[in-house]
Each structure stands twice: as C-alpha cells, then as structure tokens.
Unconditional design. Structure first.
Length: 105
C-alpha cells in the first residue's frame, strides 16, 4: 500500500494516497490500544499451549497472536529501460495496467 500512489473506491475514501491510508490505519489501531513492536525477528516458536514466543534482536516476547508484516517489493525483470521508464509505461499494478492497454483491431 505504501508503494501505491492512488487508492480509489476504498470504503470511506473516493481516492487516497497509499501512504496516507497506511498512516490513517496505523493511527486508528494505536487509538484502539494496539501495541506495535518493530524489530528484526530471529526466531518464532509455539509452545504446547499455542503461545507464540518471538525472539527479536533486542527482546523476547510472548503472545497469543502474531501478525507478520514483511512488506513487499515489485518483482523486476532486469531488462533495459525498466528503471528509466518505471511509472512512465512500465507498471507493476495488475489493476492499473488495464489503463495502459491499447487494443488495435
């Protein structure tokens, strides 16, 4: 979502920038009492009572539920012009790519 320029027809918004929607979602969950902990996870184990034990680079935690959010990157082809024309005809959005399609009959 952070890599998306415009998100359209999302409930509550006609159009919103991806990073702006991400921030609004984050602030909403913080207001609801969600505790965010960021770090490099070294190990996750599950005990006999189904508790998840998370070992990060700086601390050890235990939780009933864990949300893994690793982020994303576009898969690049590595062809000439790909970087230069990214966003100028080279696109990585299945929904958006339809606008670039021209059908000749």
């Amino acid at each position: 979502m952070n890599n998306t320029d415009d998100i359209e027809n999302y409930p509550g918004f006609t159009s919103i920038k991806g990073p702006d929607l991400s921030e609004k979602m984050y602030q909403s969950t913080v207001k609801a009492g969600v505790n965010f902990i960021c770090g490099d996870v070294q190990e996750v184990t599950v005990d006999s009572n189904q508790w998840k034990h998370i070992k990060t680079d700086s601390e050890e935690l235990a939780a009933k539920s864990v949300i893994i959010a690793t982020g994303s990157t576009n898969k690049k082809l590595g062809v000439p012009g790909e970087e230069e024309f990214s966003g100028k005809g080279v696109s990585y959005c299945a929904v958006c790519d339809g606008a670039f399609l021209r059908v000749s009959r």
